[in-house]
Write a protein of this length. Structure first.
Length: 131
């Protein structure tokens, strides 16, 4: 073991159309872009939960149609990031693989933290401590 500190890169999965939260969540604006609790959109809350880790940047994997909205969320919070647009929606495993290939090509060895954008976390401080 070399003792080298590996880069940690958060990856946020934000590609779903959110159809199960119909009628609020629609294909045009899925649940990750809705403020359901008054604390920001689900995607914004997910990005905010990463801030205590002080990541240099994060990666958001989403559908092409949500790329601009994802970049807008990053900009609003002031987080650097890359948005990977899935060529075709193929669910979670394919999206995680897509991100892993990108991270491997970009950073080589690194640690990937995968977070869904549509989860509500009651205690974000405790959550960040676990990460």
């Amino acid at each position: 073991m070399s003792g080298k500190i590996m880069k940690v890169v958060p990856v946020i999965m934000a590609g779903g159309a959110g159809t199960r939260l119909w009628p609020l969540s629609r294909e045009e604006k899925p649940k990750q872009f809705h403020d359901l609790s008054g604390d920001g959109t689900l995607l914004e809350q997910t990005i905010q939960r990463l801030l205590p880790l002080k990541p240099e940047s994060c990666v958001i994997v989403t559908a092409r149609r949500y790329e601009d909205a994802s970049y807008a969320e990053l900009e609003r919070i002031g987080m650097k990031g890359t948005v990977l647009s899935e060529p075709r929606p193929r669910n979670t495993a394919a999206a995680v693989l897509y991100a892993a290939i990108y991270l491997s090509k970009t950073y080589g060895d690194c640690i990937m933290i995968v977070l869904p954008a549509d989860h509500y976390i009651r205690n974000p401080v405790e959550f960040a401590a676990v990460l």
